[in-house]
Design a protein around this ligand. Structure first.
Ligand code: AMP
Length: 462
């Protein structure tokens, strides 16, 4: 069956969903959507190979939403995700795609948040749960969550959940789901454990690979030979040459990450490190800055970058080659999303040549073509500059602030345009407001005179 030319309106989707897709600007289904949606909407079990950025969330979101009975306020769909960040993003996408459904209730259940508040929200009734396996299992054992009415179970990024040691929780949760349900499993890679997980829990699944040959080619992969002593300089040359708007630089160790960040900062590049050592609050801050396009470079290890799900990564740099070819594929797959081209740059030291051979074998890509570092002419504009700057109001959810209050104050009262203001994110203790870089000072001054939700709020520039 050829999926080329599939349009959303040819799928078995209610009119409300078709209108929502149109409003969201989802005109053409991505390859995974074209191949997996007909299967999932027909109620079949599915194993789909799909990385972040492939549009996989919409596949399971539309399927599970299509099967909801909104009059019944019991849990009918459960999505298990490896991290809180991913769960939050999935919940946002499910709500977005479900906006035509009245009274749809989506609840996230992740660790790091008091369990009692979550239990209270569940007691009010929920249709869809998005959560991490450990916390979902916790609720099941406390009986604050009941899955008797479940119709759809989704395992999102199953390979990462396995990597993170969630196998027992995943199995425990799956065992408590009614047997007559649909199960959808998504994974970027297929280690043997996936099979072991799928066998007992999926019924006669259809397997779909999201990467037809043409799709993989959309990512422009380039490899540069370096010496250990020139690695930092070549990294700087790559940034000055390609000037990516947002760029994720992978390192193999935390110590290496610290060195890279301090070098880049010394060059005047707006760079931060995402490290597992950060307190949750600092981690949130770095993620908000990056998602708000207020950083040029984020430096992270593979562990720290899990769950980081940014829609538009212009480039990925492998500062070092990873010893695991599967991890390489994961890293590279983070650029080039939903049909937009991406750039993946890999620095290869003398001792890493053997690792490159492993990657060639793993991906079947043939011999690696090297790009000469001599071609890395710096752009006349110099190093990249992030398009936005971040301000923070020291009041947040606890003061009942909502993004609309801030946007309203800045557009209606202070005269800025919507386009000048970027992402606004309200957390318990503060509100992050991304604004055009050149306007940061003016917006900061505006907060001194324009009330937000009836009060002047203290603002600082991050
Ligand atoms: P995902 O792989 O599910 O994380 O999706 C990656 C991004 O692509 C998300 O920001 C989606 O909002 C967006 N997206 C998903 N499907 C489409 C589509 N058919 N057309 C345009 N954008 C899409």
């Amino acid at each position: 069956m050829s999926e080329a030319g599939t349009v959303f309106s040819s799928l078995d989707l209610d009119q409300g969903f078709l209108e929502t897709l149109e409003q969201l600007g989802y005109v053409t289904p991505t390859p995974i959507q074209a191949s997996a949606l007909p299967v999932a909407l027909a109620g079949k079990d599915l194993i789909a190979q799909a990385a972040t950025g492939s549009g996989k969330t919409a596949v399971f979101a539309l399927s599970l939403l299509s099967r909801l009975n909104l009059k019944f306020f019991g849990v009918q769909a459960l999505v298990l995700c490896p991290t809180r960040e991913l769960a939050d993003q999935v919940a946002v996408e499910v709500r977005k795609l479900g906006r035509s459904l009245d009274h749809l209730k989506v609840v996230t259940l992740c660790g790091g948040v008091p369990i009692r508040g979550q239990a209270a929200s569940l007691a009010h009734g929920a249709h869809v749960i998005v959560g991490t396996p450990g916390r979902v299992q916790d609720h099941l054992s406390r009986e604050t969550l009941v899955l008797g009415g479940l119709r759809t179970l989704v395992l999102d990024e199953a390979d990462r959940m396995l990597e993170m040691g969630f196998i027992d929780d995943m199995v425990a949760v799956a065992r408590q789901c009614p047997p007559a349900r649909q199960t959808l499993l998504f994974s970027a890679t297929f280690p043997p454990q996936i099979d072991a997980l799928a066998k007992p829990f999926l019924r006669d699944p259809v397997t779909i690979s999201a990467r037809p040959a043409g799709e993989a080619l959309r990512i422009d992969q380039r490899f540069y030979e370096v010496l250990d002593e020139t690695r930092l300089i070549v990294l700087a040359s790559l940034l000055a040459h390609y000037r990516p708007g947002t760029c994720l630089v992978f390192v193999n160790t935390k110590a290496q990450g610290r060195d890279v960040v301090s070098f880049l900062q010394d060059q005047g590049i707006v760079a931060r490190e995402l490290s597992g050592d950060l307190e949750q609050r600092d981690r949130d801050e770095v993620m908000v800055l990056f998602a708000g396009r207020c950083l040029s470079v984020l430096v992270a290890t593979d562990v720290a970058s899990r769950g980081l799900d940014i829609a538009a990564l212009d480039a990925v740099v492998n500062y070092e080659v990873t010893p695991d070819p599967e991890v390489h594929v994961h890293r590279v797959g983070r650029t080039g999303r939903a049909g937009v081209g991406g750039l993946a740059l890999t620095l290869v030291g003398p001792r890493e040549r053997t690792l490159i051979r492993r990657i060639e074998e793993f991906t079947g890509s043939g011999p690696t073509a090297w790009s000469p570092t001599a071609d890395l002419e710096p752009s006349p504009l110099g190093f990249p500059v992030p398009p936005r700057a971040m301000l923070k109001l020291l009041d947040g959810k606890k003061d009942k602030i909502r993004p609309g209050d801030v946007l309203g104050a800045l557009t209606a009262a202070a005269g800025f345009t919507r386009e000048q203001i970027g992402a606004i994110k309200v957390t318990e203790w503060g509100t992050w407001v991304a604004v055009d870089r050149d306007l940061a000072e003016r917006v900061l001054q505006a907060f001194a005179t324009v009330p937000v939700k009836g009060k002047l709020r203290r603002a600082v520039k991050i």
